[in-house]
Design a protein. Structure first.
Length: 274
């Protein structure tokens, strides 16, 4: 099978990336998997599948990903979709299969799976709206993001603009054209973000942690642009527009506040087969 997508996991010792390909044979899988490893082990993940490749890219997230891109080099030319996923994202294989199917259908320049309602999150717009297949927006987050190959080439230098990556998502949105049909959040294929923002292993290797990441964002843009949904895509391909698409969800907001109050920083993903 010719695979037109590459999933690049930015992974450390606590990574849950194995769920992304669990239970599917190499012959059936629709994407290739590469691991950009930021830990210190000499031979990490020795149980990885034969066609799962790995590079050692120590340090903070975006300098590491930039180094990974350079190492992969011309290999990236073989793929239509090139995705970068944090190691605290839980998603079974079927989720990624459906995600890439929607990307093939709608052809965004930049996309991400929506976040399940139980996820730790920063932006309400990224939370799943199950009544839609996807939503055209002006924002895709740096947590799990997927480029069209040509758009990645266009914004390649942004990987060197920030140590943590905070703020580069606003740079991407500013360079996407046409504005209303370039950035896509895919609701048909939601994933679970299992660790609180700033608590993932990648922040352990950033000097200054979250405070430094916030400084990265301010260095790119002092004001956060307003996030908006231009249109939602229904299962039959028709579009829905209107101000109601930007209504914030009440229950996830309450859950988020309760987790902070109780100092809950991790959510357990569903067990395999559950």
């Amino acid at each position: 099978m010719v695979r037109n997508a590459l999933l690049i996991g930015r992974v450390g010792e606590r990574s849950i990336h194995r769920t992304w390909i669990e239970g599917v044979g190499d012959a059936e899988r629709v994407f290739d998997l590469h691991l950009s490893y930021y830990g210190s082990a000499s031979d990490p993940f020795p149980d990885r599948s034969a066609d799962t490749t790995l590079t050692h890219d120590p340090g903070a997230k975006f300098p590491g990903l930039s180094a990974c891109i350079d190492k992969l080099g011309a290999r990236l030319d073989a793929y239509k979709w090139i995705c970068f996923v944090d190691d605290d994202i839980w998603a079974p294989y079927e989720t990624w299969r459906d995600f890439f199917a929607v990307c093939d259908q709608l052809q965004p320049q930049l996309a991400q799976p929506a976040l399940m309602r139980g996820s730790f999150y920063s932006h309400d717009i990224t939370l799943v709206r199950r009544q839609y297949t996807a939503r055209w927006t002006n924002f895709v987050e740096i947590m799990n993001f997927c480029f069209d190959r040509e758009f990645l080439r266009k914004v390649r230098t942004s990987f060197d603009a920030s140590t943590s990556g905070w703020g580069v998502d606003y740079l991407w949105a500013a360079q996407a054209e046409p504005k209303e049909r370039s950035l896509l959040i895919v609701d048909k294929a939601p994933v679970l973000h299992t660790r609180a923002v700033g608590k993932g292993g990648m922040y352990d290797v950033i000097k200054g942690g979250v405070a430094s990441a916030r400084g990265d964002r301010v260095g790119i843009t002092e004001t956060k642009p307003g996030l908006t949904t231009y249109a939602a895509v229904l299962a039959d391909g028709s579009l829905v527009k209107g101000a109601h698409l930007d209504r914030r969800l009440f229950i996830p907001r309450r859950i988020s506040k309760l987790r902070k109050l109780l100092n809950i920083n991790i959510v357990e993903p569903p067990r395999s087969g559950a």
